[in-house]
Structure formats: structure tokens, C-alpha cells
Ligand binder design. Structure first.
Ligand SMILES: [Zn+2]
Length: 376
């Protein structure tokens, strides 16, 4: 499935060569997958020698995945088919506070989406939150108990496997399924939304860290004398670049071009420039993509101002543009939520990773006490 996703269509002989399995094993596996409708035959093609080969490709209608994104008190949901096309987008709803109300909302969404997608098999469910896993950091005014009740409702409702992820990692995965990056790419993704996060993708695989929080770029230190951050440090990137930070500083701001102060955009660009130096020097990525739920005009404005400043790094002397803006728009994390379980089906090592590293317990667990705090 991974070979097909990367290459479009292949013959059985080619799949055998790419996977390292025997032609007989591949014939059996292909027969099984044809039975389940996950792949389909696309007709004959002349081989280099001998018999013409029958090509195989992923069947877009072989199934779909349902993705949820909870942000700023609103639950968004979307369904994508195996071909990576959005096949259903439901109405966004306020997130209920109690587990019982949450279960009711999910049941409504389930009934409506199943009705709209009649005949398609659901392969999995992905849920994306705007916070790190196993952490006491809450960006919004939401209690840990509420958050636990909501995620337990989601995890308990569906028969299918549900994959949890934070918004920035999900948006990065969406980029490799729907966006700028080819399958197997190497890039760093900076997510700008209510908070600032990120994802590191190496050879198509997310780099996750022990608790799944690798790429928490929002807490790169920009100014030790800066404002206190919810993480406990001062002057984190989050405070300069996030929409939450903008709202805290200018109470009545809207996200229209005429409303966001010039001064804020300049300081956001300068903070991002400093953070970029660290990211490029540490990770030496092929590409750096910036996206998230912040409006595209704002990201473009910040990136254009950053280009006029001088923040050298190991990567800054390349002739190419240092930062690219995602084309997925503000739905990137939501698309990522749907991509999660599709990638789970089509990418063997990602499936292994998601199974190993992210459980409901990880999401709602009480965080470990920071060693420094403990000793004091
Ligand atoms: Zn911080």
C-alpha cells in the first residue's frame, strides 16, 4: 500500500521488487487486497519483455477516514477517502463540556457522515487537539477534567481504531498527503494557530520524541526577559507568533489585515527569524513550511518581512526560499486528522509508530513532574 501511495500505480512484479517480497507472496497479498477493495486493477501496460503487466493502484473508494479537530472550543470534522480526496465536510459544532453531551454530539456526527458516505467503508478515525500530549499546558480556558472527558468520549465511541495527535504534527502529516511535499520528503513544519507548534518529518516519517511532543517549537526561547509563558519560561516564540498571543496583547483585534498592528507583525517576523536559525542549524531540513489556522495573508506578511532581515544559519545561504507557506490553508490540522488513519493503513512504519506511541493515556495523563521543580 505504501509503495502504491508513493508511486501511483505499479505492476505485481514492480511491487515485489520494491518490497523485497517474493512474487508469489505479492500475488497472494494483492489478491487479498483486491478482495477487500482497498486496491484495484487499472488495465494492462506493455512490460519491457514478455507478457503485458496488469497495473494495480489504490482504490480511492476503498474506504475513508473520519478526522476531528478540536480548537478554541469548536469541533470540526471531515472525511477523506483512500485517494486523499475530501469526500465529506460536516458542520462545525461547539464542543460539549460533559462526556455524556460529547457522546451525543459524536453520535450525531457519526449518523450524518455514515448517511452521506453510504456504501463506503470507514477505515479509521483521527482526532487532533491543540495541545501537547502528557502535559499540563493548556492554552485555552479548559480544565484537564473536561479535556479528559471529551477525549474519552471520542476514544470510547468508535469501533474503529482512533489515532490521537496534536495539531501541528497532524498538519505536517497533511502536508505530505495533500500538500507541498512528495511522499518520503524531509521537512520542518511550523504551525501557527492559537498556539505555535511544529512537526519534523524525516524521509516521510514524523519524528515524535518519547511522548510524541517533538517539534514543540512554540517554546523555543526568543527573549529571556520576555513575557511569562504558560510553560513556565519567559519570552517563548509562542508569545510573539501565536494568534492567542496577538489576542492577549490587543484585546479587540480581529484577523483582518486592517486590524492587526504593524508593530505586532514586525515583532512576530523577528521572533520567527530567530527561531528559524535554531531549527535550521539543529535539523538542516530540506524545506521549512509554515502553515496553521492563522490566516494566510498574515503568514505571507510575516514571511515577507522575515525575508528582509538577516538571520544567518547553515541553511540560509541556499538560493532557495527559506520559508514556504502551506497551500492547505486553515484546515491543515483538520485534513491531518483525516490523513492520520489513512496513513495508518498505507504506511507500515507510521502504523507501528502510532500504535506504539500514542494512547488515550498519553493524551490525558498527568504529566511527570519536571526534575527541576522536584528538586526545589
Ligand atoms: Zn513557553
Amino acid at each position: 500500500m505504501d509503495a502504491l501511495r508513493r508511486n501511483g500505480s505499479l505492476s505485481r512484479v514492480e511491487i515485489a521488487r520494491l518490497s523485497g517480497l517474493t512474487p508469489q507472496a505479492i500475488r497472494n497479498i494483492v489478491d487479498d487486497l483486491l478482495q477487500t477493495n482497498l486496491i484495484r486493477e487499472t488495465g494492462r501496460r506493455k512490460g519491457f519483455r514478455g507478457q503485458p503487466q496488469i497495473n494495480i493502484e489504490i482504490n480511492p473508494d476503498g474506504g475513508y477516514s473520519l478526522g476531528f479537530h478540536a480548537e478554541a472550543g469548536i469541533l470540526h470534522h471531515v472525511a477523506a477517502n483512500l485517494g486523499g480526496q475530501i469526500v465529506y465536510e460536516g458542520k462545525s459544532l461547539p464542543i460539549p463540556r460533559s462526556k455524556a453531551d460529547m457522546l451525543e454530539t459524536i453520535a450525531e456526527i457519526d449518523a450524518k457522515s455514515q448517511h452521506e458516505l453510504k456504501g463506503l467503508m470507514r477505515l479509521g478515525v483521527g482526532a487532533v487537539f491543540s495541545r501537547p500530549a502528557s502535559s499540563k499546558w493548556f492554552i485555552h480556558e479548559q480544565s484537564p477534567e473536561e479535556f479528559a472527558a471529551q477525549s474519552q468520549a471520542l476514544a470510547g465511541y468508535f469501533d474503529e481504531e482512533i489515532v490521537f495527535e496534536n495539531d501541528a504534527n497532524a498538519a505536517a502529516l497533511a502536508e505530505s498527503m495533500f500538500g507541498l511535499v512528495r511522499a518520503g520528503g524531509n521537512f520542518v513544519y511550523i504551525f501557527v494557530g492559537e498556539g505555535v507548534g511544529g512537526g519534523i518529518v524525516d524521509a516521510g516519517e514524523p519524528v515524535r520524541g518519547v511522548r510524541g511532543n517533538a517539534g514543540e517549537f512554540g517554546h523555543i526561547l526568543i527573549d529571556p526577559n520576555g513575557e511569562k509563558c504558560h510553560c513556565g519560561n519567559n519570552g517563548c516564540l509562542h508569545g510573539y507568533l501565536s494568534i492567542g498571543g496577538l489576542r492577549r496583547k490587543y484585546k479587540d483585534v480581529s484577523l483582518e489585515p486592517s486590524s492587526v498592528p504593524d508593530e505586532w507583525i514586525n515583532s512576530a517576523a523577528s521572533a520567527l527569524g530567530r527561531a528559524l536559525v535554531s531549527l535550521e542549524n539543529i535539523l538542516d531540513p530540506e524545506r521549512v513550511i509554515v502553515g496553521g489556522t492563522a490566516p494566510e495573508w498574515l503568514l505571507a506578511e510575516i514571511v515577507s518581512r522575515l525575508a528582509r532581515q538577516d538571520f544567518p544559519s547553515v541553511r540560509s545561504e541556499l538560493a532557495e526560499q527559506r520559508l514556504e507557506i502551506s497551500k492547505l490553508g486553515s484546515r491543515s490540522a483538520l485534513l491531518g486528522a483525516a490523513a492520520l488513519s489513512l496513513l495508518n493503513v498505507t504506511n507500515p512504519s507510521l502504523a507501528k509508530l502510532t500504535k506504539q506511541s500514542f494512547s488515550l493515556d498519553d493524551i490525558v495523563a498527568t504529566p511527570r513532574v519536571n526534575a527541576n521543580v522536584k528538586s526545589s
